[in-house]
Design a protein around this ligand. Sequence first.
Ligand code: ZN
Length: 559
Amino acid sequence: MKCLLFVSLFFLMGLGFSCQSPPKNEMADLVFLNGFIWTVNPQEPEAEALAIKGNRILKVGSNAEMKSATGSSTKVMDLEGALVLPGFSDAHTHFLDGGFSLSRVQLREAKTPDEFIARIAGKAKELGEGSWILNGNWDHQQFDPPELPKKEWIDPVTPDNPVCVNRLDGHMVLVNSAALKIAGIEKHTPPPEGGEILKDPRTGELTGILKDAAMDLVTAHIPEPTFEEKIDALEAALKHANRFGVTSIHDMSYASHFDVYRELLNRKKLTARMYVYIPISAIGLLAGPQKKDFPRSDFLRIAGLKGFADGALGSSTALFFEPYTDDPSKRGLFAADMFPEGIMEKRLMEAEEAGLQVAVHAIGDKANHVILDLFEKVMEKKGERDRRWRIEHAQHIIPEDFERFGKLNLIASVQPYHAIDDGRWAEDKIGRERCRFTYAYRSLSENGALLACGSDWTVAPLDPLTGIFAAVSRRTLDGKNPNGWIPEEKIALEEAIKGYTWNPAFAEFAESVKGSLEEGKWADVVILDQNLFQIPPEKILDTKVIMTVLDGEIVYKNE
Ligand SMILES: [Zn+2]
């Protein structure tokens, strides 16, 4: 039961929230005893017991201290030494897409072209004639040799199904002949700015691979799922998130998704707190005369604007100063949000004038440099403000740019899993020397960037524990770097946990109500079956979530 008294005490104030301690003589609804509680509160980092009243944390302390809050109706649970952390927050997801991907063709595990083809053939049979085969999240780096898939592989098994399956980074797709036909793409179709249409260098024929802005030529023809299909996908995504202990989501999204989240909120089924970014090109929805009113609640808020500066490393579209090592003819591409020239600066200035938060995707070192320049320009012109502007990925940085993150008070929104995934082949793409300052979490943090960690789901698994493992071990997925790939950039376990709890809360102006286990904060809690502080890093991957609590309610229990 929710405590009305508490609800009346806590109210939204401006951008942030207010947090007050509940009355001392309250009895708890739920008490956890005998735990190892890592609070992420530097004043009181460890505790043994935790009490919850309504949707708030009533007490954090010793077993004995819980006695005064334990009444006849209090439920008491013995944790038997289990680890308790603040509910995890994922600072970068594509959440609704993720929900859809759960029921679509799964190509991430396809290790050979034959398996890739077989999985698509299986999906075509399952869906029947005419249906689109989508998502996939394939990774050609797993093939031996790592060649890009081509439409000829899948045309014979998909004569009646258009196919548009993406690489796991979302920066290129493979489409089949049926999809090319629907989109009207032919050999001589010019690629749009910020995009690429791949052709066989010998024959000049289309290969079926489309990169970045060129993907839109096909995706524009994919029928929009119905509202109820979106609701179903969102419910699946939320269940998936709660299983991994995730209670807060930053979603790199669209205004239309907000309406889906709102509907589920109304149905009282939104089991994670959503913080939703919309594309920077849609700035008119948040600033100016056409501004739309997005209602806000403790579970759902519009965050601000997300833009793109470039593409991704695996697709060779991340923008670098120097050419790619494996293809000296390429340095990457500016993303469509950078065209026409000057538009990003104009929109950043508009966002600043409207007091908005912005988050810009920048992967290559040049893309990061250019965005740092633009952020700096806006901030110099407009002066001090609590902006909490973010660079998404902040993946490859030239050494002299690190300190600018601290100087500009930026949030580096990073996804540690990418380091152990891309670390298998990043040196082939950009060479050993450039990799030294790649996925450089320690350098970023030591230079004053706040690390807000996330998954980038569906690009990587939505599991903060794999991210924490990646951040502290940097052991690449191929097992080739047992001491860590670029071990100088490992971060400590405490910092990795903070990266998935308090830091993302700060990145969404909500550190006063969540991100740590403190009296008066929202009761968002995760309980794990192993104490991460007492096990070697590889064991982190075997750790299971026992329970996820959101707003004082149990939303997942491992039974
Ligand atoms: Zn992303």
